[in-house]
Write a protein that binds this ligand. Structure first.
Ligand SMILES: [Zn+2]
Length: 304
């Protein structure tokens, strides 16, 4: 089988898996791979990714001009082209709407807390690219801000985007995003996330080299400063991970009293510096304003 035939078959297989896992509905999502140095193989417009055949794919150049294929290339082609332009190391791009991760994208909550060791080691964090109208030039502009530092990102009120050194690497990152989002959702529904402390995050980052993980950027040494630069419109140069100081502890209990941190820079910066926490070490209990209000309201109710 030629390389092109194999890649066509791989796209069909990845599309089937995305559809079977519910990452796409109807004709959603799109997939592309580099075909040599100057061409791309891409899924066509308006087909269900669960029912594609190898002959459906389009071949385009790196400017998006169609070179071969009966159908037109994906409506999100501009976003794919931007990733290849910004990241010469990327060989494949996958876009889908996995429902739990997309829920986070709709809620405006990035998957950037230090929660899972393997996600920190591989992806670092998963930011949210600002909302842009799908299939317009706005979307590649939103993606451009994060793509140099991230292999995976959420797209506000839309879905998720991943890239990789080959098609399966890009697809597995989509699986990781959705899996991470599910675990984060369950932990938050349970009302508690034990966060990995900053020192341990640094240790995990040190493992990247020994596992041969080629992350596009390091984890930010100062997340508050990195967020301020992002808010000022600068592109991401490192991966923002919200990790509390552990003071000797590797895991820090974090009771989410006020819900997820707001996207406003002030709140997020202060969260990065010292997250809300309940310390019972010396018989001291720290409560958030909301927890305290709830306790008082309960006490008043019981008096009646
Ligand atoms: Zn989409």
């Amino acid at each position: 089988m030629s390389i092109e035939s194999q890649l066509r078959a791989d796209i069909v297989e990845v599309g089937r898996r995305m559809y079977a896992r519910g990452y796409t509905a109807s004709n959603d999502g799109n997939i592309s791979v580099r075909l040599g140095s100057d061409r791309l193989l891409m899924t066509p417009k308006s087909v269900c990714k669960g029912f594609m055949t190898p002959d459906m794919m389009c071949i385009t150049d790196l400017e998006g001009r169609k070179l071969q294929g009966d159908r037109d290339p994906s409506s999100e082609m501009l976003m794919h082209l931007e990733v290849y332009r910004q990241r010469p190391d990327v060989q494949a791009v996958v876009h889908a709407h996995p429902p739990i991760a997309t829920g986070f994208a709709v809620a405006g909550i990035p998957l950037d807390r230090a929660v899972l060791a393997e996600v920190l080691t591989t992806l670092g964090s998963i930011p949210i690219a600002e909302y842009a109208t799908p299939s317009t030039k706005e979307l590649p502009e939103a993606v451009r801000k994060y793509i140099k530092a991230h292999d995976a990102m959420l797209l506000a009120n839309h879905g998720a985007l991943t890239s990789g050194a080959d098609l399966y690497a890009a697809y597995y990152k989509m699986e990781t995003i959705e899996h991470f989002a599910k675990i984060s959702l369950v932990a938050r529904l349970l009302g508690r996330e034990n966060l990995i402390a900053r020192d341990e995050v640094d240790r995990l980052q040190g493992l990247r080299g020994s596992y041969g993980i080629k992350a596009p950027a390091p984890i930010c040494a100062d997340p508050a400063e990195a967020l301020a630069l992002l808010d000022a419109g600068n592109p991401a140069l490192c991966q923002v991970v919200q990790a509390p100081e552990g003071e000797g502890q590797r895991l820090v209990p974090d009771v989410i009293g006020d819900g997820p941190p707001s996207l406003t820079p002030t709140l997020r910066s202060s969260y990065g510096a010292r997250p809300p926490q309940r310390s019972e070490a010396a018989g001291e209990i720290r409560l958030t304003y909301r927890e305290l209000s709830t306790l008082i309201a309960d006490a008043v109710k019981n008096l009646r």
